[in-house]
Design a protein around this ligand. Sequence first.
Ligand SMILES: C[S@@+](CC[C@H](N)C(=O)[O-])C[C@H]1O[C@@H](n2cnc3c(N)ncnc32)[C@H](O)[C@@H]1O
Length: 348
Amino acid sequence: MATSGSVTVTDADYLRILIHGTTAFELLRTGLEFGLFERLEESGGMDLPQVAAALGVREQPARVLLLGLTSLFLLEKQGEKYVNAPMTRRKLLRAGPRFLGELVDIQAKIINAGMADFAESVRRDTNVGLRHIDGPGTTLYERITAHPHLQEVFYANMGNASRKAFIQILDLYDFSAARHVIDIGGGDGTNSVELAKRYPKLEVTVFDQESVTELAAQRIADPDLRKRVHFHAGDLLTDALPEGADTILFFHIFEIWSLERNVELLRRCHAALPAGGVCLIYNFTSNDEGTGSMSAGLLSPYFLTLASGEGMVYSPDDMERAIRDAGFSRVDRYQNLGFSHALVVGHK
Ligand SMILES: C[S@@+](CC[C@H](N)C(=O)[O-])C[C@H]1O[C@@H](n2cnc3c(N)ncnc32)[C@H](O)[C@@H]1O
């Protein structure tokens, strides 16, 4: 049963969704691929023959698709007409406020094939699933540099998720004392650009792999932002950090690495900052008890199996311990934020 904001299923159906997860995913993804949700919304609902005609397919396969999506509560039936359920309107319409299409796309094109290697990755404690993507290096981030279309899919999702999650940082943390910010592993520059827009005097440097900084630079058209958002290509594991910053963003980086490697990376951040400088760690988190959230539980296997072979979604306790171990003396912690995120700020 679906009501506003929640879906109630029996234990048996819950297990069915887990066991038939690939089928459930493909039903949803196929609805998106055919633009079914938009078509239903624009038409105010359609019956089976109308859906088949609109999708350009025969009635029998259209019926299979409609049955599956209705059984999963994504569609509802009113008389003979199928209409979008409220959660479909919110999250599966391209123009909707919380569209999840980019997340579905990265799952389909980058993540799902590798996840079949989760058990072997657990056994061998490394990202066995990366064997599905050829290219340089031992992380997904390096491999996708050899596949521009995959890089596009990756940053469409990452940028979208970061843009949404970054809004709450701007409400939470005051950057007005900062002069120059380094955005470590800054990706397509989404966070840096939003920050530079909000603080018109701030200089920001995005530090990432070369092909990623090229991608990020291409996205900036505004001449003022072009002057204040800089790019520094390098390997964050081995190269020196760019100098001259008083603030470091460590956004969606902590999840990638083991705790030991994070402490090492944060020590280098500490060394690169002047006295009074700050380092902000911001990312998805699990709860401190290690029992959830579901988003933390479902995202963590991706870091082990594919992304790096060593990360996971950590708890705010882990983040605080790491930043203290790296030498930061005063630590502020903001947890239970939206999007299952936490912010931990270390002051040098
Ligand atoms: C999960 S994304 C986070 C992007 C951005 N910070 C955000 O919050 O949207 C991780 C970023 O780290 C970068 N990265 C991973 N390993 C790296 C390395 N060894 N050297 C430089 N950048 C690296 C990737 O290229 C990618 O852009």
